[in-house]
Ligand binder design. Structure first.
Ligand code: PLP
Length: 459
């Protein structure tokens, strides 16, 4: 049943906007059709118009790129059972599935003895590794992690949210000194914060971890779509990421890394595909080694193939231009937001810290749920509001911001399909909301803010 509570009206008393000067046009990366995002349809506004959807929610899920969609379309007519089928197409499908594994391994710069296990997403990858840790392993995390990297571990050591990359390294070193070498230790860190986009000093943390014989798991859910990730070069032991954030939204994710713990662990799921042999007695089971041990059940072949195709398209040659383009978009967005009175940016580290194209902020005096709903209903812009599955971090940043807000924040994140015009539209819309408030009234409907008498359903 739907609840409807009136919680916000347009506010004429909000601060005035400082306009941002026009910014330089962006350099276009060399056109690669494989990395073009599948264009979204126009979306309806409360005033009856339809406009281009300005998607600023890439950090949650990215639209598919051509490489993923084409790979799926190409495989679909030949889709059949993998691994155990004797038919010709079954062999072809098996080859495609295993090729996808090799493409992911190349994308990550895996060492020859690393395993690449297909999962559903980062969350499952973390849970898989949590179940594969040797008895007594201590896990060290920061309080700033996404819940997927806070909750799967048994009694993790939660370090305080660092205020600089250097503090992060020092804090890990101090924890490792106390833990010593008696028991295995896993340091589980994100590559880029899903709230602020800021980069963590992964390579430095790996150097420190090695000094103490500890292993490192990199949560690359937010890093892999924005920066090259090289397991061997960084020195990480495990990497987890999600296909749906990497332009391959077909339900596959990855856990890649050292094979020894994975081969020694009980399988993530028990069932067909993971077994080498099953005897007559219940306990008489020989489990496979390698990725298959943790991939029981029929695998998500289409998801893996889509993800492999994107990994191949995102090869070493394209990154320089992609990173330069994203940096320009992030900078334009950050400068635009900084020029608006009443907008406070949330960040972990000092201004200027390296970051991917994700920006968290609040609009003084305006409920973030209402702001997000207004950006959608009045401007055709999709952002995210709330605490972003990183509650301890976002709550802390909101407290630190001292802005007069409602305990929730806004997050805008860019990706391959974002244009400078989209960024300008977002900045302009936020400026209008900060100055004048929303144009229509909003209420909570089924737990989300929506325009009162929303006419869009009938368009
Ligand atoms: N880690 C980080 C840093 C994330 O941002 C997310 C999702 O937003 C996850 C883990 C979990 O990803 P998934 O929901 O695909 O499992």
């Amino acid at each position: 049943m739907s609840t409807s509570t009136l919680i916000n009206r347009p506010n004429p008393t909000l601060p005035v906007v400082r306009r941002e000067a026009a910014l330089a046009p962006l350099r276009r990366p060399r056109r690669d059709r494989r990395l073009e995002v599948i264009e979204a349809p126009d979306v309806p506004l409360v005033d009856g118009r339809r406009v281009r959807y300005a998607n600023f929610d890439y950090a949650a899920s990215a639209p598919a790129v051509r490489a993923a969609a084409d790979a799926v379309a190409e495989l679909l007519p030949r889709y059949t059972a993998v691994h155990r089928g004797a038919g010709w197409l079954s062999r072809e499908c098996t080859r495609s599935y295993e090729r996808a594994r090799a493409q992911v391994a190349r994308f990550l710069g895996c060492r020859p003895d690393d395993h690449v296990v297909f999962t559903r997403h980062t969350t499952e990858s973390m849970n898989l590794l949590a179940g594969a840790l040797p008895e007594g392993t201590r896990v060290v995390v920061f309080d700033s992690e996404h819940h997927a990297n806070l909750l799967p571990w048994r009694e993790p050591i939660r370090l305080p949210i660092p205020d600089s990359p250097a503090t992060a390294v020092r804090s890990i070193v101090a924890a490792l000194e106390v833990l010593g070498r008696d028991k295995p230790v896993l340091v589980a860190i994100t590559g880029a914060s899903n709230v602020t986009g800021e980069l963590f000093p992964v390579a430095e943390i790996c150097v420190a971890a090695r000094r103490f014989g500890a292993r490192v798991l990199l949560d690359a859910a937010q890093l892999a779509p924005h920066r090259p990730v090289d397991i061997a070069a960084l020195g990480v032991d495990y990497v987890a990421f999600s296909g749906h954030k990497l332009y391959a939204p077909f339900g596959a994710g990855v856990l890649a890394g050292r094979g020894d713990w994975l081969d020694a662990a009980a399988p993530h799921l028990s069932g067909g595909g993971a077994t080498a042999e099953v005897g007559d007695a219940t306990c008489d089971i020989a489990w496979k080694r390698g990725p298959a041990r943790h991939e029981a059940g029929s695998p998500n072949v289409l998801g893996a193939v889509a993800l492999g195709a994107v990994c191949e398209a995102l090869n070493g040659e394209v990154w320089e231009a992609l990173v330069a383009r994203e940096e320009a978009l992030r900078e334009r967005l950050a400068r635009g937001l900084a020029g608006i009175d009443g907008v406070a940016r949330l960040r972990l580290f000092s201004p200027g810290a390296a970051s991917v194209g994700t920006v968290a902020f609040v609009i003084e005096g305006l409920n973030s749920g209402v702001a997000a709903a207004a950006l959608s209903a009045e401007y055709g812009i999709g952002v995210r509001d709330g605490l972003f599955c990183a509650h301890p971090l976002t709550r802390r940043l909101l407290l630190d911001s001292r802005a007069n807000v409602d305990g929730q924040a806004l997050r805008a994140s860019v990706g391959l399909g974002t244009t400078t015009a989209d960024v300008d539209r977002l900045v302009e819309a936020v400026a209008r909301l900060a100055a004048d408030g929303p144009a229509v009234e909003y209420a909570v409907v089924d737990g989300r803010h929506a325009p009162v008498d929303d006419p869009r359903e009938s368009y």
